[in-house]
Design a protein around this ligand. Structure first.
Ligand code: WTA
Length: 631
């Protein structure tokens, strides 16, 4: 994949200029000037953003940088929900719509800022009454419904640390996250609805918390009739839980560096790591990018198709847009159910102006054909965004032409769970180069370097790094500071993102893919080791190695090489068994599309599996240096 993309880069490149009318009205009209304002005085730059928001007490210092630990807005006191809710409700926006929600069947809800405020306050009071205190961890395992967002904000209101787990994860994956965070409470729903099917969630929670005594309570949103049974004293109905509580909950006064949430993500080890984000810097940084990268204006209708189970949903559905006072659309379920017109119908119906999605979805729609989007009026759109994986120029151009009608700039936003907000893109006035994410956003100094941290000449591959601290950076890995420090110690004096990239002579950065053992399937990070551990936990498997294979729609798919134990033999049935096993261990996202049985795996003399050799063989490319291969 990387090689293919590099070849493309070296061919003649396309440059597309944003429409003049767009730039004239953009919140940032001149990227270079904005970037210079940052470089001239980073602390002043960020202080000016922070001053637009509410603080109980102002910070004493913008940044305290004690490599690799940063504190932002030191000594400042705030509460992110006061900025996301109270500030708007008090400033005449009580009746402004916060969310238009709908499901696959077209069931709808409209929630204003005033209503969201009441729901969050009541739920927050209920959490306090249930004994949840500042610093306690709460796991949220819910579908994309208003109540999911209410639960997140209610935690933030009282200073509880939420850990949202995407509702596609299976029992052991959920259990690991509950255990690692020692969550006192789990908030869930009876079901999530996808492709017309109700997929049970509560049943997964029931199993995941067996023998975890620290989980004191399970709050269950019951959507379907007849209502799912609540078992034992631990379980309580979502609405009964908040019934009778007051519409106002005194917010916890949070230090700028108090934890806001943990979000688990995959890396090169067998277990996902809990990325920790804190309050003040995260609030300021996500707010800034809503205004600049997404050019949010007061009257915009904004739709980000992510799920709050991922960082994109945290930063660009829940916190960034609400702090900025946006009106949003959210839609539960599959993009192409009941048909491929669903998303385009939604854009027409709500008059969506800003639309943010993932390349995998764009490629899926490309395959389905232009006739679907062409049935709908998409003229309300003015800005398009992409995130999660590299967008190939063909998909970029399709998105630009068929969805944006050649009048909407596209922001191809590169960032990560760890970075908290967008790091690289083409902020609105910048010319765009399809396939290249763009330049570092103001606030960020990004570069492409060699192992020692030396800049690499234009158009040559290297490691993507960030050279400075920024407000939304993760503060640590939960219970694993060494792992946190690795990000900043791998290449001297930089944050190593784990991606390989190239920079062109104009400073545009193109992301080629992961440099580590992480596979990106449909924009979701899957650790090779996680899938290998899941496979090896099956009784028939002696050893397993997993690689990512290029896929025209999903970006990458998972291929597994498996050595069977004595007494087992390869069969189609066993392939299906193994796939089912991975689904049960990790979730549907991590299921290999291909499983090949082998007798041997390439290893280093010290016994490490050389996945790169497997991958080279699979793709028919040069495997590179083989001197460390065992035989
Ligand atoms: C990849 C998602 C190319 C990259 C916000 C990164 C991208 C990982 C892009 C983070 C992009 C994300 N172009 N690659 N625009 N955006 N990636 O933590 O490999 O789920 O390291 O955060 O996705 O994935 P994560």
């Amino acid at each position: 994949m990387a090689e293919e993309r590099l070849d493309h880069l070296l061919q003649k490149e396309t440059v597309i200029y944003p429409p003049k009318e767009f730039v004239e009205r953009a919140n940032v009209k001149d990227y270079e000037a904005e970037y210079k304002r940052f470089l001239d005085n980073p602390e002043k730059f960020w202080a000016e953003v922070a001053e637009k928001l509410f603080w109980y007490e102002k910070w004493e210092k913008v940044l305290e940088w004690n490599y690799p630990y940063a504190k932002w807005f030191v000594g400042g006191k705030t509460n992110i929900t006061v900025n996301a809710l109270d500030r708007h409700v008090k400033n005449g926006k009580r009746n402004k719509v916060a969310f238009f929600w709908e499901d696959e069947l077209g069931n709808k809800k409209v929630v204003t800022y005033g209503e969201l405020y009441r729901l969050v306050n009541r739920f927050a009071n209920a959490l306090r009454a249930a004994g949840i205190k500042k610093g306690d961890r709460v796991v949220i395992y819910m579908p994309l419904v208003i109540e999911q967002i209410v639960a997140m904000l209610a935690c933030a209101r009282i200073g509880a640390v939420h850990s949202v787990v995407y509702a596609g994860f299976s029992v052991p994956a959920l259990r690991h996250r509950i255990e690692d965070a020692e969550a006192k409470m789990v908030i869930t729903a009876d079901v999530t609805i996808r492709r017309g099917r109700a997929i049970p969630l509560k049943r997964i929670v029931d199993e995941a918390i067996l023998d975890l005594p620290f989980v004191e309570q399970v709050v269950v949103l019951r959507r379907l009739e007849p209502k799912v049974d609540l078992i034992g004293e631990k379980e309580v109905d979502f609405y009964e839980f908040m019934d009778g509580h007051l519409d106002y909950c005194e917010p916890e006064v949070m230090d700028s560096e108090d934890p806001l949430f943990i979000l688990y993500t995959s890396g090169s080890t067998g277990k996902p790591k809990g990325v920790l984000h804190t309050t003040g810097g995260y609030m300021v940084g996500t707010y800034y990018s809503m205004k600049t990268v997404f050019d949010l204006k007061e009257d915009d209708i904004y739709w980000c198709t992510a799920d709050p189970g991922w960082i994109t949903g945290h930063s660009y559905i829940v916190y960034g847009p609400l702090v900025a006072g946006a009106t949003q659309v959210i839609a539960e379920g599959a993009p192409n159910y009941p048909d491929y017109g669903r998303w385009w119908r939604i854009i027409e119906e709500y008059g969506v102006n800003i639309f943010y999605t993932a390349p995998t979805a764009i490629r899926m729609f490309m395959r389905a054909g232009e006739e679907w989007p062409n049935k709908y009026d998409l003229s309300s759109l003015r800005l398009l965004g992409s995130v999660g994986e590299p967008i190939n120029p063909e998909a970029w151009l399709w998105y630009y032409r068929v969805i944006g009608k050649e009048k909407c700039p596209i922001v191809d936003t590169w960032w990560q769970t760890e970075t908290g907000s967008v790091m690289i893109t083409t902020i609105d006035g910048l010319p765009m180069k399809p396939g290249k994410a763009g330049k570092p956003v103001p606030g960020v100094i990004a570069d492409v370097v060699d192992k020692e941290g030396n800049p690499i000449e234009p158009n040559k591959g290297g490691f993507l790094v960030i050279r400075n601290p920024w407000p939304t950076m993760m503060r640590t890995i939960w219970k694993n500071p060494e792992r946190y420090e690795q990000y900043w110690n791998t290449i001297p004096n930089c944050y190593t993102a784990g991606d390989v990239a190239v920079k062109d002579k104009d400073g545009y950065i193109m992301i080629l893919g992961r440099a580590d053992d992480v596979i990106n399937v449909s924009g979701h990070r899957i650790g090779t080791m996680e899938v290998e551990s899941a496979l090896v936990s099956h009784p028939a498997v002696a050893e397993a190695a997993v690689i990512g294979k290029p896929d025209p729609v999903k970006g990458e798919t998972i291929k597994a090489f498996v050595i069977l134990k004595e007494g087992y033999s390869a069969s189609d049935k066993l392939v299906e068994d193994l796939k089912y096993h991975v689904r049960m261990e990790l979730g549907a996202l991590a299921v290999p599309s291909e499983i090949e049985f082998v007798d041997k795996l390439p290893k280093t003399r010290s016994g490490k599996i050389m996945r790169r050799v497997l991958k080279a063989k699979e793709l028919g490319i040069d495997p590179g240096d083989l001197s460390t291969l065992e035989d």
